[in-house]
Design a protein around this ligand. Structure first.
Ligand SMILES: [Zn+2]
Length: 406
């Protein structure tokens, strides 16, 4: 082990014997009491020394025997310690790819704030490389989303769509102007690769998965069609629900951006639940949806899609996707986040499991077991900590450490 105090957290002394790690309230923490000698010893915990060398240094500085081990254990339990050599074989492989890791350094630092154990952050970053995600829809939102996921280290980002890239698909981070006239899905895959050129080729990886099993950790539905964004068809997602594939919705309808719901089949409300719930509240809903779907003049017109709104939606959707892929349950599970121009205030609208929907989420909800609150890890959380364990870990913080209210 080569311990380092998480460099992502800025350090400051609140008084003579209390250190504050971090600035922003979400992750800031204070640790004390700490004497000045121990405080200056923290500078040696920078990932360049193993424990034996650190013990020698401590001895030279006149710190008592066992002090280093106690300090390292305490910092690790408080979630303040990383391990420059930890994270397992996949992390070691990632460290061997210097250019890749250099590009991902800010993301690694960010992950270190969301993980507790030494080496967890790089372990999680390395795990992203083995994930397969599919993005359906390569308009402005979908193409940017695919690029973001690739840039964040997701190993395989497959993009599906039809037709050719149009001038109005072009957006920074998404399809470039040169791609107009090219196949839309190919152009989006090429763009995603541009932002993360080091990933293994798609075909080789696909060949490794068992025949007939798409094996996607997550499917993101980012339709270019505004009706599909506003009123996602339950039939489209039915194969995903029945195969138990987690999927996330994102898109722009008129001047409203939508992120969610993230559907954990059988656990959180799906497109069918959304449709049934809306029909309960508004009996005219199915009639309206039918008209929108068959509406005249629907196919020709270029749909409204503000480029900054599309980018905002893609960014938030990608962040929710990553949170899920990293083993957490984001707030889009069972909810749609919506934002409208020009006010730009985000609202979450719950998508409850509906008893008339065959997905089974309503039954799950009845038991009071909302996703992420029953402590059961979801499919891609295997080997990672559930939210309950996380809470327990938080509760187990050693005395003298607490969240700083700054
Ligand atoms: Zn449902």
């Amino acid at each position: 082990m080569a311990p380092l105090v998480k460099p992502a957290l800025r350090r400051g002394w609140r008084d003579l014997n209390t250190v504050q790690f971090g600035m922003a309230p979400a992750h800031a923490m204070t640790l004390g009491p700490m004497d000045p000698a121990t405080g200056s010893f923290l500078d040696l915990l920078n990932g360049t020394r193993g424990l034996p060398l650190l013990r020698e240094e401590a001895h030279r500085m006149g710190l008592p025997d066992g002090h280093v081990d106690g300090l390292v254990t305490g910092l690790a339990r408080a979630g303040l310690l990383d391990d420059a050599k930890g994270g397992g074989p996949a992390a070691d492989a990632l460290r061997g790819k210097k250019e890749v890791l250099d590009r991902l350094r800010p993301d690694l630092a960010s992950l270190s704030l969301q993980t507790t154990g030494p080496g967890d952050a790089i372990g999680q970053l390395a795990a992203r490389r083995s994930l397969r995600v599919q993005v359906r829809g390569a308009g402005r939102v979908g193409a940017i989303l695919a690029s973001l996921l690739a840039a964040a280290g997701v190993g395989e980002v497959d993009v599906r769509d039809v037709g050719e890239a149009e001038p109005w698909d072009v957006a920074p981070g998404g399809l470039p102007a040169e791609s107009v006239g090219d196949r839309r899905d190919e152009a989006a895959r090429r763009t995603a690769r541009h932002w993360a050129p080091d990933r293994p080729p798609l075909r080789d990886r696909a060949a490794q998965s068992p025949a007939g099993d798409p094996g996607f950790s997550l499917v993101i539905l980012a339709p270019r069609d505004d009706v599909d964004v506003h009123a996602p068809a339950p039939s489209t997602a039915e194969p995903l629900v029945s195969s138990g594939t987690p999927h996330l919705y994102a898109g722009v309808v008129e001047a409203t951006g939508v992120v969610g719901p993230l559907v954990l089949p059988g656990e959180t409300g799906c497109a069918g639940c959304l449709h049934e719930g809306r029909t309960d509240r508004d009996p005219a809903w199915p009639r309206l949806v039918a008209q929108w779907r068959s509406g005249s003049g629907r196919s020709r017109a270029v749909r409204a899609c503000d480029v900054t709104l599309a980018t905002t939606v893609a960014g938030l959707a990608a962040a929710h996707a990553l949170a899920f892929l990293d083993g957490r349950v984001p707030t889009t599970a069972g909810a749609r986040w919506e934002v409208s121009l020009p006010g730009l205030t985000w609202h979450a609208r719950p998508v409850w499991g509906h008893p008339a929907c065959p997905c089974g989420a309503a039954e799950k909800g009845k038991k009071g077991a909302r996703a992420g609150e029953d402590g059961k890890p979801h499919e891609t959380m295997k080997g990672q900590r559930s939210s309950k364990e996380r809470r327990e870990a938080d509760a187990a913080r050693p005395a003298g450490t607490w969240r700083a209210h700054v």
